[in-house]
Design a protein around this ligand. Structure first.
Ligand SMILES: Nc1ncnc2c1ncn2[C@@H]1O[C@H](COP(=O)(O)OP(=O)(O)O)[C@@H](O)[C@H]1O
Ligand SMILES: [Mg+2]
Length: 319
């Protein structure tokens, strides 16, 4: 279990992490979601004792990181992907880590096998691709067989096969009863992986909820209706007490799952339909709306605020 209490980090004027309190529980994958610059990596570094909080505290199974004896056996982490300059082989890299942390040598082979690097174990890591580097980082995280695992944007730079592999690995680690905390700036990725969701924007907590709840609350279902007799269609819907909004291009959006009813009303009044399609608003959209106000930099002037999607996109690209 990881417990954050009022965790805060300032860099000069900049508040990177702002009074964060939440708990990451064992047995499930907890997603840590937020746009670039939201404070995810800073939070994770503070959990690992690599950065000192300006205020607040983090506990790992009740203890501060520096109180843990042989910390790799409590918590394993993959931090943000870095280029590999290693002159060491993958095997030796892991062996050094094992020896300095009181971990059995036999564990090195096991984790190399788990991450699929056995065939290149004797190769120098400087020749590794991004994906191989990520796998080696994950092997290091798993080395001490820790009960808590933390991955910072682990799918960045991976091919679809690698992404699928990481997703499956995280779920199986959670199914073994471990605490799994994984960050991403992609809602779509979290929706496929995480059972619980912590969302931050500009260092602040925006949501701490189960994925099922987030989906139930945020995925609006509606029906797209197109008719060459749009005005009459609107009248008919209105008379039937159905709320429809015009969404541009002559498309009407009818809230709720009312496709059959709309089709029957159209037939009864002799109206032609060119489209009648049930839709589900995307989770990505819900995420964008939730975080829109907290995205740091907007490319547009203050007099004409851009739509949320645009704001998100602008914040997105920041490194
Ligand atoms: N060492 C640092 N010095 C100054 N500012 C930093 C430092 N590390 C991070 N920041 C700032 O803190 C904010 C949060 O960064 P980060 O934790 O990397 O966000 P995320 O991982 O969510 O993209 C950003 O505005 C970033 O520029
Ligand atoms: Mg980051």
């Amino acid at each position: 279990m990881i417990e954050l209490e009022g965790l805060t980090k300032r860099y000069g004027e900049k508040v990177a992490v702002n009074n964060l309190s939440f708990t990451v529980r064992p047995g499930i994958v907890t997603g840590f979601l937020g746009p670039n610059g939201a404070g995810k990596s800073t939070t994770m570094r503070m959990i690992l004792g690599l950065d000192h909080p300006t205020a607040g505290s983090v506990r790992i199974d009740g203890k501060h990181y520096h109180q843990l004896k042989e910390p790799l056996t409590y918590i394993g982490a993959l931090l943000e992907a870095k280029a590999w300059h290693g002159g060491r082989t993958a095997y030796n890299h892991l062996l050094c880590l094992a020896q300095s942390n009181g971990i059995a040598r036999s564990r090195v082979r096991e984790v190399l096998e788990t991450v699929g690097l056995t065939a290149v174990a004797r190769k120098k890591t400087k020749g590794f691709s991004m994906g191989m580097g990520q796998r080696l980082g994950i092997a290091a995280a798993l080395l001490g067989d820790p009960r808590i695992l933390m991955f910072d944007e682990p799918v960045n730079g991976l091919d679809p096969e690698g992404i699928h592999w990481i997703r499956t690995l995280m779920k199986s680690l959670a199914a073994q009863g471990r605490t799994v905390f994984v960050s991403s700036h992609l809602m779509s990725e979290m929706a496929l992986t995480a059972e619980h969701l912590v969302v931050i924007g500009q260092g602040r907590l925006l949501a701490d909820t189960s994925m099922a709840d987030f989906i139930a609350r945020n995925s609006r279902s509606y029906v797209r209706v197109r008719s060459p007799q749009r005005e009459r269609m609107l009248d008919v819907l209105h008379q039937a007490g159905i709320v429809a909004v015009e969404s541009g291009d002559g498309v009407l959006e009818v809230d709720g799952g009312k496709a059959e009813l709309v089709g029957e009303l159209a037939a009864r009044h002799g109206l032609t339909l060119h489209e009648l399609s049930p839709q589900q608003a995307s989770l990505e959209e819900a995420f964008m709306q939730l975080t829109a106000e907290s995205v740091e930099y907007h490319a547009h002037s203050e007099t004409s605020p851009p739509p949320p999607q645009q704001q998100w996109g602008d914040g997105w690209k920041r490194g």
